[in-house]
Structure formats: C-alpha cells, structure tokens
Design a protein around this ligand. Sequence first.
Ligand code: AMP
Length: 618
Amino acid sequence: MTEAPETDQTAFSDLGLDPRVMGTIEKMGYETPSPIQAETIPHLIAGRDVVGLAQTGTGKTAAFALPALTHMAADYDAGSLGSVPNTLVLAPTRELAIQVAEAFASYAAQLEGISVLPIYGGAPYGPQLAGLRRGANVIVGTPGRVIDHMSKGSLDLSEVKHLILDEADEMLRMGFAEEVDKILAQTPDTKQVALFSATMPRAIRRISEDYLNEPVEVAVKAKTTTGTNIKQRFVFIKHHAKPEALVRILETEPHDAAIVFVRTRSATEEVANKLIARGFRAQAINGDIPQNLREKTVESLKDGRIDVLVATDVAARGLDVERISHVFNYDIPLDTESYVHRIGRTGRAGRSGEAVLFVTPREKRLLRAIEKATRQPVEQMNLPTVADVNASRLERFSERITQTLSSEDLEEYSDLVTSYVAEHNIPAEDVAAALVAMVHEGRPLLLDEQGEDELARAAAQSFDREDRGGARDRGARDGGPRDRGPRQKGAAPVAGAGNAIYKIAVGRRDGVAPGHIVGAIANEAGLSAREIGSIEIRPTHSLVELPESLTKDQWGALAKTRIGGELIRLERDAGPHGTSGPGRKNSDGGYRGGKKRDGFKDDRFAKKTGKKPRWRDR
Ligand code: AMP
C-alpha cells in the first residue's frame, strides 16, 4: 500500500486532467489536490484499478470523478462516447447517490454532452426510466435499484468503462454484498474499478481480490503530533449556520488574532466579507493573491491592523504569527495532516492556543479520524447564545467608555455637552444616549433573541460523543442506526417512544441479516438508518422497530420492497397478546397490518372499535 505524500505539494496541473476539467476546478476555487486526489488521480488516469482508504470529506468524489470525466472527454472528442452509461457509481444511500451525482455534474460543467443520472430506491420509477431512455453517461445509483433496472432491462451496463464503489464498507454493512457482487460480475471485464472505503474489512478485501485487477492501494497517512498547549474544541453545526457561529464565538471569546481556514479561494472572500460587515478587521488571503500582497497582509496581522485572517491552506503555509490565539477550522480539512498543520498556527512561542473545528453532520467520521490522528480529545463546545453575545457586547461597550474617560482629554467635548444641555434643556443622559446612537450609526448595540432557535437547531446540541465511534457510527451521514443487539431469547420486542414493531415476511430461512433489512427499508422508504430500531430475525419472519406513523408514500414504497427477491409484506406486528394489534390506523388514514388467519385478533378489534377490520390484500 502506498501512502499519500506527507506534505501535499502536487498541483492539479501535474495530474494529467483534461483542460476543461481543470478549468472547472479552477473556477470552483480548489487550489491544490487533497492527498487522496494527488495519490489516486494519476493511477486512474493511467487506467489502473484503485483501492482508496478514504472517508467522506477527504475529496474522494473528485478523486474518482475527475479521471472518469477526463476519459469521457477524450472519448467525446474522438466521437466514441455513446449514449449508454460509460460510468457507474454505486453508493450506499440515496442521499449519497444524489450528492455524488450533483458533484459529478458540477465537475462536468465545462464538458459538452455529458449527463449524469442518479437512480435510487424509494423514488418512483417513471422519471428514472425516462432519464435512462434519454441516455446518461454517468449513473450514480444505490445497488438495489441498479439491480432492479438491470433486471427490468432498463439499464444497459454492457459498455461501462468505469465502475466506482463509493463507501464500499457502508454498502456491505447495509446488506448490499450480493447486489454489489452481481453488478461487478455482470459488467464488462474490461472496466476500470475504483473502490473507496473508510475501512478495509475482510469482505472488502475479498471484493478487491475477486474483481479488481492488480489495484494500486492508497491510504492517507495520519500525522500524530500536536502541541499540548493547544486546546481543541469542536462545534457540531449545519453548513448554512457557520457564519453566525463564527461571529458569535469571535464576539464572546477573548482573542488576540485569529485565523479562519476555509476550503476554497471564493470562500476566503465570502467569509472575510461577512466578518467585515459584522465589524471585524478581517482580510482574505488565498493562492490567487500575489505573494507580495500576501506578505503585506501577514504584516498587518502581526502588527494588529487586522485581527482575522481568512485563508486557504496554501496561503497560510509557513505562517508564523505569535499573536494568533485562535485557529478556526471553518471548513473541516480534507485530511488529518492539514488539521495538524492548521492548528499549529496557534500556540506559537510557548503561548497557549485555541483550535475550534466546525463539523457538519456528514463530517462526524472525520472528527473521529482527527482525534485518532492527533491522539488528543477534541471537546465539544456549545455555541454562545444571544444572551452571551449581548453580555459581552455590553461589557466591551462599558470598557470602551471607561478607557476613553481615563485616557483622553475630554474637556473640550465636555464643554460642548454642557452648552447643549443648557441651550436645549435636555438631560445629559439623553444627550449621551444620542451620542451612543451616533457612534453605532443606527446599528443596534444588542442582538434580539430572534434567530436563536434556528442557530441552536443548526448546532444540533444533542450530538453525542458516542456517535463518533465504532459500529454505532455506521450510516453516519444520515444518522447511524441504534443498537440492534440481541435481546434475551424469546422476549417480545418492545418499541421505543414514537416507534412500533412491524413484521416482515422474510426470516432466517430466507437467509436475511439485519443489514439486508436496514438497507432495503432505508433506501426504499427513505428512512434514515437511525429511524430503524431493533431487528429480530426469526425463522420465517422478522420483527423490525420503525416509526409508529409511516407516510402513505413510505407504505407504498415498502409494499413493493423485496429482500433476496421476496416481497417483505410489511405489516404492524400484533405483539404476543395482540396489543399493538391489527387494523391500527396509520397517519396516512389507511389500515395496515394484521393477518386474517388470526381470527382471535379480528374479534378483539371488532369488539373494541365496533368496526369491521379492513385487511390489506395480500
Ligand atoms: P468529498 O470527500 O468528495 O465529499 O469532498 C468534501 C468536500 O471537499 C466537498 O465539499 C468538495 O467540494 C471539497 N473538495 C474536494 N476536493 C477539494 C480540493 N482539492 N480543494 C478544496 N475543496 C475540495
């Protein structure tokens, strides 16, 4: 296994990408390839199979999309790019499939005639069939739905040249091993395969051995040293709330100078402008800014003319400014190595430093990787509230008054105020208040409480540390599933609050495992893995804990869901005594569950409600 270079000096121009693809990433503001990109792209361009140990947030989508697009651009120029799929990406969930399809399409922005189509479970077939009929060069799909389309004859994979397995370990955990095998086996032997996975369990090794041709294996090396004088904290936050979160922290934490790391050139400008608009002395620095100007900016930071630098990694390389008290990882770095470099910008010359990392819900795994690599805990911090911000504004304001009173000769101004008071017969406090308003130029001194809830929601305070580890982290992007561990034998499953126990008509005899059930239900009904609770596999059926009220669409999708070719025939479980019994009304107004064969329960229902139960056709 080769390791990505320790310091990433490779340029995008070294990778052999098509000029139009280069143009797009230039426009997107990417400055340098991330380690996984630098290490895999040249091999993929050269046609090799690749196994990449990388998780979401490392830039792996571009790592596989840019070379595939480069090949497609060449085919297009040669007139040999047909309308049947050239590239197939398999992704474990529909959220990821959509996200990858969007990223792929944006990387293809300057390539004429290349289309991308996501196909995933839980969505109607009509639009997907229409899309497939129109023809797409890139298909990004969940394994179950890809198999469905293959067996219906609506997806022709006979000319696939690139097959990418994204989050392969997650796909297997969700029970898609058979589907993945089938797709790999039923696509041309000549295809190039790229397999990306956050972990490398035996099952992934087996896929690699069975279907990849002498793959190059790439892992991003984790660096382990960080100064102990740097306190590391993280905030769990949604992307759109980051600017407000940054401002609140800067307003409430005493700081000297700060450096805010973002991912792209355009983001340096955007974030710096937002900070300037909120009254901070901030400036952007990125690779587009000439070296002499960058040096001037660094000088301004050193001598205190600016306090906040918003930078990309490239622009901040080697930056050594003692007064940097805070490093913000506004965008989480693409690799742990950069994290270590970034936070090393503070805590210089024996001082202590603060490192604050913004983590969006999709990036939980990266947080764990960072903790592992730095071998230091990263503490969760709560975002300052509006009340905190207001308290520090008031404090700063009164400090300014005290300071001005003690340091300035105010006699001349004092005379002005005295004569104004005498002339207009207005109390001095009112005049002082008017002067405060003038100083603030109409901007309120204090924030109002509005918006507080939204930021609190965006900060997802409930994020718990346990979520970051081991098996519980699976499905991290859309929330990991809850504990589905074994229950005492024979004990009846009990649903948690807001949940109910459902029965599905496949069991041990059909060879099902919990992963199959999670995969099928999550993808077809669009439930997140977290919404699927305990699973108990019995010989002929299984019991699954799901939300108590499923929507009409979810019932519709699940009515058509199959596991291992068998319809799952989802219904509400009657429980050992029929208490969660048949015929319960669901939120969609329909009656679900229960089987006619259990006459006892039918009678109970009729007695209780005075109604005749309506049974679902089976
Ligand atoms: P991914 O791991 O593919 O989900 O990518 C994580 C994020 O990094 C996405 O928002 C990408 O747009 C961004 N990204 C990918 N490659 C680069 C790069 N070389 N420079 C800056 N941002 C990047």
